[in-house]
Every structure is written in C-alpha cells, then in structure tokens.
Design a protein around this ligand. Sequence first.
Ligand SMILES: Cc1cc2nc3c(=O)[nH]c(=O)nc-3n(C[C@H](O)[C@H](O)[C@H](O)COP(=O)(O)O)c2cc1C
Length: 413
Amino acid sequence: MAAARLQLQGCGTFLAVSLKADICLGRSIGSFGLAPDLSCKALLRRRGETKLTSVTCAPMSAFRSNQLATLRSPHYYSATYPRRGAIVTNKFCTRFGTNNPVVLAPVGGVSSPELVAAVSNAGGLGIAPVWYLDPDGLKAEVRRIRSLTDKPFGVNLNMDFRSEAQLEACFEEGVEIISLFWGDTGDFVPRAKAAGCQVIITASTAEKARAAVALGADAICAQGYEAGGHVEGTVSTIALVPAVVDAVGDVPVIAAGGIADGRGLAAALALGASAAWIGTRFLAAEEAPVHPTYRAQLLAASEDDTDRYDDLYDLSWPNAPHRALKNATSKMWEAAGKPALGQRPGEGEVLARRQDGSGIVRYTSASPNAALEGDIEGLSMWSGQGVGLVTKIQPAAEIVAEIVDQARAIVTF
Ligand SMILES: Cc1cc2nc3c(=O)[nH]c(=O)nc-3n(C[C@H](O)[C@H](O)[C@H](O)COP(=O)(O)O)c2cc1C
C-alpha cells in the first residue's frame, strides 16, 4: 500500500489535506475510523472547546499520488507546526488539546515561561514548575506564559510542600492543567476537578497509579527509575509503563524517565503510553535558563554518568531520592563512605550564590540555573540516564519537531 503523509494547506475555511510521504495510507485511514468510501466526523478537543472536524475522503479507487481530502477547522492546526498535520487520535492529545504527544516535564529551577510556551507553541504540552513560587510569583509566571502562547499548558505542584495558597492562586489564574507530584495529594484532586482543571498525577508504581485514578486523575505520568531530578520509585520505565497502562484502563499514561529522542517516544507509545514526559533533553533547549557549566556537563555526559541517590542532596528537601550527574560532591561523599548528614565532607561550605547574595551550601537540593555564581559543578546537577542522547543546544520547538519526526519514522500516531 502506498505510503502517505498528511500535509495541510490553508484554503479559505477549509484545509486541503494532501497525502504523500511516510504514513501508510491504509493505516492512517483506519486510525481515523474512516471507511475508505465514506465521510466522517472527528471530534477534536482543544482547551475545553470541542471543534467539529468534518473529513471527507474519496473512494480508495479514486486516490492518486496527490489525492486531496477536505478538512474543516482551519484553526486547529497551528502555523507553528504546518509540516505535521496528521489528524490526532492519540488519547493524550485528544484529552489535553495538543497537536503531538511530547510533554515538557516540569524542571524545577531551570524552567522559564519562554521554554514552557515554546513547547506548547510547537504543539506539545509545556508544564511549568511553580511549587517554589509564592502565590504572586505563581500568578505572574502563569500570566507571562499566557502572554507567550494561546496553547494549552500546565503547572506543577509539589505535594511534599503542599500549599493551599498555591492551589488558590492556580484557580484565580484559571489554570487549566495541574500536575501533582510527590506524596499525598490531600483534597487537591477533587478541588481541582471541581474548579474545572485537568489533573495529571505522577506515579512510580501501578498501585499508586490506580489510586491516583480513583482520586480522579485525568492522566498518569509514570515516572521510571531512569528519570532525572527527584525520582520516587525504583522501577525502570520499560517495566513501569505497561504495568501502569494495564492498571488504569482508559486513562492516558505519559511515560517519563530516560526518554530523550524519537526512539524513546516511539518505545513509550509501543508500551501503551500516549505521550512522553521529557525533562533532561529540554535542559539543552535555548530557552532553558540552565547555567553554562551545568549545560556543558550535560552535553558531555554519557548514559553512565548519572547516579540515583537516596539522600545526597537532602538539605532543603529531605527524604526525596534523586538522580543527578556524578560530580565532585558525590565523589568526595562516596570516598568518605557515604556518611549521613552531620558527618559529610565539605558540609556547610557555600558553593554558589544566588542573585540576592544568599549562599547555596554543599548537599543542598538546588538546580544550577543561569543566575547562580560560584562552584556550579559541585551542585545537584539533576539528570536522567537519557543524557547521553543530549548532544546539542537547540530551540525547544526544534527539539519537539525532531522527536516527533523521528518517532513518526518508527510508529504511526
Ligand atoms: C532539572 C530537573 C528538575 C526537575 N524538577 C521537577 C519538578 O519541579 N517537578 C516534577 O514533577 N518533576 C521534576 N523533575 C522530574 C521531571 O519532571 C521528569 O520526571 C524527568 O525529567 C523525566 O526524566 P528525564 O529527565 O530522563 O527526561 C525534574 C527533572 C530535572 C532533570
């Protein structure tokens, strides 16, 4: 059967869809639920609105190499992603109104409104970590993102530092998607749902995913052991994702941990996930305010250059295991026999300073962002095992497009 790619061209109130290149024509028709000689209607949700898309196809026998079908809804596919106009039937995309299944994971301390908006503008879903901001800062962050994109985006709250004021600030700002991670969500899920938000909960086992769905989660982020930053569980992504998929029925699962390119996205989809939640790769995005020293370490690192620690960087956030690049701090601590807090080498030593002059001491949980000055290499340089695939600095939109293109060469979605 002829291979085909859907490509959109503006044409008044209609979009013409010409078929060429790399999606199998037979499969793409099937995935849209079209009988070859019938027209159909597809419902596409975007930001709470429902857009009705009417697709009309000629009989298969009438298809030539440059066949045209017509597609109503000229606004759905944005100009930012004109080359990839394939109709989205993916569960995650449908539920969250995105054009592709790439999620910018919340990367605390090294995210920016520009990064979040760039990923959303590229058709993915940007998620902003806001759990360390006070309510006014949170609101300002949301407004700034909104000024940069009219596409869906989410915010991320940390349940180990659960804050009523932050949740209220989200409601006041009309945040539509809230991601919750780490620990007891209290009554946040029902309240967020009652306020009309969609809720994504990060889980590290199938049992926790099931519990999250029972609370009302709209999607599960299944975070595997390979992930960078704080990592609750010890199950690898490849074992975790299908277990979670089997546990949660129809709820979309987003795979996290070690996914850094289109092969990873394709693998996640093959495991039954509907999207990939990607952190480390986006640390190399131009829009990410990552300190140059940290970034250089990331670009140079191989898959073997990270470790997962139970309690290495536990000042400011205890009892929260994490994965980071091996560095001078981890090596001196290991050489000393991994002593507990109070007996560690270099304890109390100020390694770097923030813009306000406050110091960051060794063993603090702190993302090395561009505003810091000092011994950056000794800080907690969070990183997932996929870091070996991170080799160049690129605009975030290019990263999204590259991942999607590469995955589409492997699987249809
Ligand atoms: C620098 C950095 C900061 C992170 N901060 C957060 C955070 O604030 N909230 C959160 O839910 N996850 C956080 N994570 C975890 C990511 O959301 C995600 O699960 C992880 O990056 C996925 O694995 P990967 O790094 O291999 O792509 C962080 C990860 C990194 C690398």
